[in-house]
Design a protein around this ligand. Sequence first.
Ligand code: PMP
Length: 428
Amino acid sequence: MFQNSQTLFERARQVIPGGVNSPVRAFKGVGGSPVFMQSAKGAYLHDVDGNTYLDYINSWGPMILGHAYEPVLKAIQEYATYSTSFGTPTELEIKMAELIVSMVPNIDMVRMVNSGTEACMSALRIARGYTGKNKFIKFEGNYHGHADSFLVSAGSGVATLDIQSIPGVTQAVANDTLTAPYNNLPAVQQLIEENPDSIAAIIVEPVAGNMGCILPQPGFLEGLRTLCDTHHILLIFDEVMTGFRLARGGAQERLGIRADLLTFGKIIGGGMPVGAFAGRKEIMEWVAPVGKVYQAGTLSGNPIAMIAGYTMLSTLDLHPEIYTQLEEKSAYLVQGLKQVFTEAGIVHQVNQLGSMMSVHFAEYPIIDFTAAAGANNELFKLFFHAMLERGVYLPPSAFESWFISNALSQEDLDKTIAAAKDSMKAIA
Ligand code: PMP
């Protein structure tokens, strides 16, 4: 079934570390050999062996409207004829910034970068420059990209590969990264008391998606907001996953809480390599060339990336019904899967908000990294492979969120639930 993928993987491993350009793709979290894709359209992925899958990763988030979304493809084709890069300002960058500012609450200005990593790295630098303080707090199992400062108790691939300490990240850098368990306000409070006047920022995934999907418990984000206000700390919402996904205005809109700085990635680029950070003018004007906090990029605001992102965001902006549809589809899937697991007599937790969700095989609620790590992740591996064989492509790790796309039809969801039922029988 996976002959060509296996051959390609062997070849890839000779010239690419681990055969992949990003670790979780290697299937280390579930075992086996990764599947190489050839093309994708709507809700479906097509691999190099002629197999077809219903996609629940959607390129780890960006493809909220499904693959090869026609308006984005057409826009890319048209703009590519003008030049693939100018390295000068363009009107398109203004339109993109205006659109983002109009969609996202509480921001006046935005700077485009090329990845979520760059966005988070830059936001942290600004928070440090603005507050004049060095340390920051992040949460165990949250992932903010691979900049040195964030590779402490990180989620996603770091959790999947179970890397406790990362060679190359100096102790001096790691010393400024303080960590607390997600959803644990007293732990945050304690860190602030132990480090008086030295914390620049608290960065958080407002809905976590890098240890599976974990929801903020009532009062958690509100509590962070209050602590930040009291102690002159900037609150950074990492909306790389949640931005333009949980609502038109992201987690801030959906959850009704305001952050001081926001970071974006994934959907904002419509499948092209794009990230952004944003905030109120008084903070954003600390960035060069107005301020001294240096931040730059040869390809930042790249015209092809901008038109792809602009087309994607415009669609989401003009069609609020997309969010209602995503909500209905996700709720339907969650309901169906829960029923399958219950009938199979398997303890489970399905966490979901909007079109982010994940399944953990545990009898207790999954509210932090320790809980996610303690679930029956061996069963998840079996479930993953059983689903893959039945044409459903789930994230290849229990420490990743599933992403629902609006290209999924009712029939696709029913097929997925049926595949889950069949998988549970096969596993038993
Ligand atoms: N923040 C979050 C919440 C993410 O999920 C990710 C990537 N999955 C990043 C930052 C880093 O983004 P990128 O991979 O584009 O560098």
